[in-house]
Design a protein around this ligand. Structure first.
Ligand code: 5GP
Length: 190
């Protein structure tokens, strides 16, 4: 996605060799027009898989998952929560996830009411790094008996292996921008 690549190159900031900061359009302030185009691209890439629902994890995945669900014909969008609110009265599926950026262990949860064996779920996230978040979300789907029809990442950091990990498990993976390295503040995109 050319527009996204240009934006990463103009506004992205490499932090060391492992982290990309894109707070100005994706992770803190959100460029709504770009997000809409991202959703349309994911809908084009995954429409044939006939997803019935889009799943992401709070908080940064929400705008892109929402735009994707909208572009797929106003599908329901579910975001896994990282805290257990006492409104989750119907019970929930839970899985541990190690945070790439914080280095902490969190639990992702989705209420049992919003995932079922009939669901064909498209997982969307802002970043794909080691694949930990995706594996956690897949665990929730396994518990619910739901099917994963693919995984879409806005930005993939190729060398961190998440994409290869998911593809080895047999999942379709599409990333809109693939970063090959971050060196001395330079961001290299495929
Ligand atoms: P993974 O679980 O694949 O290792 O990492 C994916 C998650 O970590 C994403 O949900 C994203 O929020 C966060 N993440 C991973 N790498 C980066 C990064 O370089 N920049 C930002 N802003 N978030 C990242």
């Amino acid at each position: 996605m050319e527009l996204l690549k240009q934006r990463i190159l103009s506004d992205g900031e490499g932090i060391g060799t492992e982290i990309l900061k894109v707070d100005s359009f994706l992770n803190h302030q959100v460029d709504v027009k770009l997000t809409r185009a991202i959703g349309e691209d994911f809908a084009r890439l995954f429409g044939a898989e006939r997803p019935s629902k889009v799943l992401t994890v709070e908080a940064s995945g929400i705008p892109v998952a929402m735009a994707t669900a909208q572009a797929l014909g106003d599908l329901p969008m579910v975001f896994a929560k990282k805290a257990a609110p006492n409104t989750m009265t119907d019970g929930f599926y839970a899985a541990p996830v190690r945070s790439f950026t914080k280095g902490t262990l969190a639990t992702v949860r989705v209420s049992r009411s919003y995932l079922s064996p009939e669901d064909r779920v498209l997982i969307i996230d802002d970043f794909l790094a080691t694949g930990e978040a995706a594996i956690g979300l897949l665990d929730l789907l396994r518990q619910a008996g739901a099917k994963c029809v693919g995984f879409g990442a806005v930005i993939e950091k190729e060398w961190q292996g998440g994409s290869a990990r998911l593809e080895e498990l047999g999942y379709k993976v599409c990333s809109l921008a693939v970063i090959t390295s971050i060196q001395d503040g330079n961001i290299n995109i495929k």
